[in-house]
Ligand binder design. Structure first.
Ligand SMILES: Nc1ncnc2c1ncn2[C@@H]1O[C@H](COP(=O)(O)OP(=O)(O)OP(=O)(O)O)[C@@H](O)[C@H]1O
Length: 707
């Protein structure tokens, strides 16, 4: 017994002698542990079943679950690509802001350490009754408040600046691609192709405005949320170990680790809930904006009841979900507060009591003031440290959220890059899989610049692979006006989309002038945001108009051709700004579009049912004015009143066939009349047949005797 007691005493003595070394070893182990735990929190986790999520998004999006977003290698690769956009180099504004941010973070931790010590000193001087010391410490306290508040304000300012800087870089890059010109090897008009030729992105507007903003804010915050707590945990605990000993720190860490594992197990999947909430809120908003857009139609149908039911359904689905999340949050908040505030608080108090109840080897005896000072300082350090540990623990949640935002932004960037390369991902119609059609779809035609318009064996194929016409050949020279007719859905407007470079050319040869030589007037013309003048000169600016030597008086004479010169006075001058789509009637909108044509005077005008809402007399004047200005017309119209302004006709039969001939108006009108007459006669045939059957029965019943 005595031997073993002696052994223990020897061991204790040896321990006391070598304690500084043990302390250093334990502290090094602690720092390594913090790094390892943090690394484990943020390191890439393997993708489920080793699937490459990049492929999951870039290949066809059909009948496939949305790809799972995780903190994995794919996320880090995507983040790397985006980081190159938002911080293009070390001598950039963003890098400078990041440096400022880091310096401020370190400075704030240093201030916190100083304040913890000062707090202890203030209480110690109180306990010791040293009034002068107390007064001096209060002065110190007030003085340190200046850099402390200054640093905190600067930190949030710099972080917000950083978020705006990231957002600006990303938005610029995205808009460069989205509204970028067509250049060698890279297609333009991405804003059209993204939603019409590709299925991957349903709402680019939301991605460019909302998702980029969320991503930027998260990226700016993640740095502070990760780097700062790791630094804090190490510094605070190092300081704490000086007073309570590294042994206590290790015991404390083990306890905290165990309880935080419990908390982690209790944490519901808040990331998934947030994503679901966002989707449901988006759906509700979409329902409301649809109602605003189609208010007139709904009002005429009296569809208020149906619309209200639909909106209520959307609303209650969202509210139910929110309530479910609220319940989960309630339970979670209880567990979180219980563990972090109360359980960890008691651990902290026990640790703070160590220097009071035990005299640690290597330390001298201290008075009541000294003990109080140590207690207050340690308590402050512990509070800051446990806050930092909590933040390191939850950094994974922040990272997971950042991964979600990153996947949205990189989906936008990747899809735009594919579209610019002419790679589209769209669900194809069944007929696209037949051998003949898939051969057409796999081909690509050639496009050359030319004065004339010439199609040579060009197929007309819709974005979902429906081959409307296998091979189309026709040509139009300036001064020859082409009329295009055919049943609905036969491909008349599609021809214009190929001509405008919106749809790919799948085969043959297209010769056409540059896009700037065309101007399109559709049935519902586009009216931009802006003044009345902007509507007529779109897409020119007022300065460009002046550069062309055109003045408001010239625009007025253009408007008088379309009999709309009264609008300038009515709306309050050329500078009047309205929501023109709602202010102008359908016919007036078409007339404004014609005024735009007369202002721009392009070589070719594409008229797609462009006069359908305009009276016949105005239509005639507009067509004549266009031809006198030397504009070549390519017209789709069901109105025979327009035929006389054209020299050629391209007629689709809706079955994949067509004819292209000179237009002999007289002959065509005669044929049209004959066709109408025959159709009327054919419509009467069933009635005549029924009457004949009746008469036969009547005659038979009388044995052929009609008397
Ligand atoms: N963005 C698109 N994606 C997929 N298919 C499309 C797209 N735009 C048009 N189509 C399809 O292409 C076909 C031809 O359409 P197009 O607009 O050329 O017809 P159209 O002859 O002008 O008919 P209408 O006289 O009714 O205007 C239609 O079946 C239409 O559904």
């Amino acid at each position: 017994m005595a031997v073993s007691q002696k052994r223990i005493a020897d061991l204790a003595r040896a321990y006391a002698t070598h304690r500084p070394l043990v302390q250093r070893g334990l502290m090094t182990g602690f720092v390594l542990y913090v790094f390892l735990a943090s690394y484990k929190g943020i390191a890439a986790r393997p993708s489920p079943k080793g699937k490459d999520l990049d492929n999951a998004t870039s290949t066809s999006g059909r009948e496939k679950k949305p790809p799972r977003v995780a903190v994995d290698a794919v996320f880090y690769n995507r983040l790397k690509t985006i980081l190159r956009i938002v911080i293009p180099g070390i001598w950039t504004k963003e890098a400078l802001l990041l440096l400022m941010h880091s310096t401020l973070l370190v400075f704030r931790t240093a201030i916190s350490l100083y304040v913890a010590a000062l707090d202890g000193k203030i209480v110690a001087s109180l306990v010791r009754g040293q009034s002068l010391q107390f007064f001096l410490n209060i002065i110190r306290w007030l003085l340190v408040a200046i850099p402390a508040t200054w640093t905190n304000s600067w930190l949030s300012y710099v972080q917000n600046k950083l978020a705006i800087a990231y957002r600006t870089r990303l938005t610029r890059e995205v808009l460069k691609q989205y509204l970028g010109e067509e250049v060698e090897g890279s297609e333009g008009k991405v804003y059209y192709k993204l939603s019409n030729l590709d299925d991957r992105i349903k709402n680019p507007d939301q991605m460019i405005t909302h998702d980029i903003q969320r991503f930027s804010a998260h990226l700016a915050a993640i740095y502070a949320n990760l780097a700062k707590p790791i630094l804090d945990v190490i510094l605070y605990n190092y300081q704490l170990a000086q007073s309570v000993g590294a042994e206590a720190l290790i015991v404390l860490t083990v306890l905290i680790q165990a309880s935080s594992s419990l908390l982690r197990a209790l944490t519901p999947s808040f990331g998934t809930y947030t994503a679901q909430s966002a989707a449901l809120a988006g759906s509700l908003r979409h329902g409301h904006s649809r109602l605003v857009e189609f208010a007139e139609e709904v009002a005429f149908f009296g569809g208020e009841e149906t619309e209200r039911e639909l909106l209520e359904k959307e609303y209650f689905t969202l509210v139910q979900h929110e309530e479910k999340v609220m319940n989960k949050r309630w339970w979670y908040a209880c567990a979180e507060e219980g563990i972090i505030k109360w359980l960890w608080g008691s651990f902290g108090l026990v640790v703070c009591a160590i220097p009071v109840f035990f005299r640690l080897p290597g330390t001298t005896d201290i008075d009541l003031g000294g003990r109080t000072e140590a207690f207050v300082t340690n308590r402050r350090l512990l509070l800051s440290s446990s806050d930092a540990i909590g933040r390191v623990m939850y950094s994974y949640k922040d990272l997971a959220e950042l991964a979600g935002h990153t996947s949205r932004v990189s989906l936008l960037l990747d899809t735009m890059s594919d579209v610019r390369k002419g790679k589209f991902d769209k669900a194809l119609v069944n007929s696209a899989t037949t051998a003949e059609n898939s051969k057409i779809l796999s081909g690509r035609g050639q496009v050359f610049l030319s004065e004339d318009i010439e199609f040579e064996n060009v197929p007309i194929v819709t974005p979902n692979g429906d081959v409307l016409l296998k091979s189309l050949t026709f040509n139009v020279k300036p001064g020859e006006h082409l009329l295009i007719v055919g049943p609905n859905g036969s491909g008349k407007s599609s021809l214009f989309r190929i001509l405008g470079g919106l749809w790919p050319v799948y085969g043959g040869i297209v010769r056409k002038p540059p896009a700037s030589d065309f101007l399109l007037i559709p049935q519902r013309p586009y009216l931009s945001l802006g003044t009345l003048r902007d509507q007529v000169i779109y897409p020119h600016s007022k300065e460009q108009m002046r550069d062309r030597g055109v003045w408001d008086a010239d625009l007025l004479s253009v408007l008088s051709v379309v009999q709309m010169d009264g609008i300038v006075e009515r709306e309050g001058g050329w500078g009047a700004t309205r929501e023109w789509r709602e202010t102008l009637s359908g016919g007036d909108q078409q007339k404004i579009a014609w005024a735009r044509l007369f202002y721009h005077r392009p070589k070719y005008a594409i008229l797609d049912e462009a006069t359908s809402l305009v009276p016949l007399d105005v239509e005639g004047k507009m067509m004549e004015h266009a031809t006198t200005l030397g504009i070549t017309l390519l017209t789709v119209s069901h109105r025979s009143s327009l035929w006389k302004y054209h020299t050629h006709i391209l007629q689709f039969d809706g079955q994949g066939g067509y004819t292209f001939t000179n237009l002999d108006v007289e002959k065509h009108l005669a044929l049209q009349e004959e066709k109408l007459e025959l159709e009327t006669k054919l419509m009467a045939v069933p009635k005549l047949k029924a009457r004949l059957a009746e008469l036969r029965l009547y005659v038979e019943a009388r044995g052929g005797n009609l008397q």
